[in-house]
Ligand binder design. Structure first.
Ligand SMILES: C[S@@+](CC[C@H](N)C(=O)[O-])C[C@H]1O[C@@H](n2cnc3c(N)ncnc32)[C@H](O)[C@@H]1O
Length: 293
């Protein structure tokens, strides 16, 4: 699959940051959130009001929009910032909002496996489809008739930002400042921790949790299991691409990965307040509360 950051070149087996260009074709956003309770926000914030969320690694924005549609109600006005390291995906997300679409792409009958990968032939096929879409500047988007103009009223914003960089963090802080708030109420980490771990090592995973603990009251974490790391690494090798920079040094691995991640969260004063069990992707879904001032 194409690494979206290298616009214009087909790079089978790429997407080294999990920046799959057609992710939501295989992984419909609405299905992803059906494991979450409808009262997620109203339970945590019974007095409602205006709440702010950050969606780290928002890809083309489909899940961000689905979360907003589900959780922004009469009682809770939710404003979400979606941030992604991939500029092209952010551009797509912004354009979809501008065009009043739900960022959706046509869903076909292919399936993605639980490790964010589809078989290479399908990857290449879809990558080519995407590329031809890009060339003709057409996006296949499902119009959703009842969607509000989210971009105009500021309910959702998308920003190109690497959450692990100072520059990325500053963009996120600028958003908070522009809204006159100090912290997010929720940070979503859906299927992004593995990519950060592979690129920044154990220290990077720790830094991510520290960032969440400092910047948000709650963090909803959907970490990839170890077998996904192995799949991602194999995919790189199979396609003759360089190994992930921290692959060999990663110590938080195997069966230890999940408990060690929770332990790291505790180090940064986060406690597990809810465990939603495993999603149909065999991924844990856990809600962490930050006790950091
Ligand atoms: C597998 S996708 C998951 C997308 C979305 N969170 C979901 O679960 O539907 C991982 C996303 O994380 C993004 N990503 C990886 N590293 C990142 C970083 N350091 N900062 C921001 N986004 C990042 C990738 O570009 C990619 O879009």
């Amino acid at each position: 699959m194409e690494n979206c950051t290298t616009e214009g070149s087909i790079e089978p087996g790429g997407a080294r940051f999990g920046n799959f260009i057609n992710y939501y074709q295989f992984n419909p956003a609405e299905e992803r959130i059906c494991h979450l309770p409808q009262d997620l926000f109203s339970d945590l914030f019974p007095s409602g009001g205006h709440l702010y969320a950050l969606d780290v690694g928002c890809n083309a924005g489909n899940l961000t929009v689905a979360l907003h549609r589900r959780y922004s109600t009469d009682q809770v006005k939710l404003t979400i910032l979606g941030a992604d390291i991939d500029q092209l995906l952010i551009k797509r997300a912004q354009e979809s909002l501008k065009n009043n679409n739900a960022c959706g792409q046509n869903i076909n009958s292919d399936t993605i496996d639980s490790c964010d990968t589809v078989n290479t032939d399908k990857n290449i096929k879809n990558e080519r489809l995407s590329k031809s879409n890009e060339n003709t500047e057409k996006l296949t988007i499902n119009p959703v008739s009842d969607i509000k103009d989210l971009s105009k009223n500021g309910d959702i914003e998308f920003v190109h930002a690497d959450i692990m960089s100072d520059e990325g963090i500053n963009k996120v802080k600028d958003f908070l400042e522009s809204h006159g708030v100090q912290k997010f109420d929720m940070i979503f980490l859906f299927s992004v921790s593995m990519w950060i771990h592979l690129h920044h090592g154990d220290e990077g995973l720790e830094k991510l949790l520290e960032i969440c603990s400092k910047l948000s009251r709650y963090t909803l974490l959907e970490p990839q299991p170890w077998k996904c790391y192995q799949t991602a690494t194999r995919r790189m090798r199979r396609n003759g691409l360089p190994e992930f920079p921290h692959w060999t040094q990663i110590k938080l691995r195997g069966a230890e990965l999940y408990p060690a991640t929770i332990e790291l969260a505790r180090k940064y004063k986060m406690e597990v307040v809810k465990h939603f069990g495993e999603t149909k992707w065999n991924r844990q879904l856990v809600l962490l509360k930050s006790n950091q001032e």
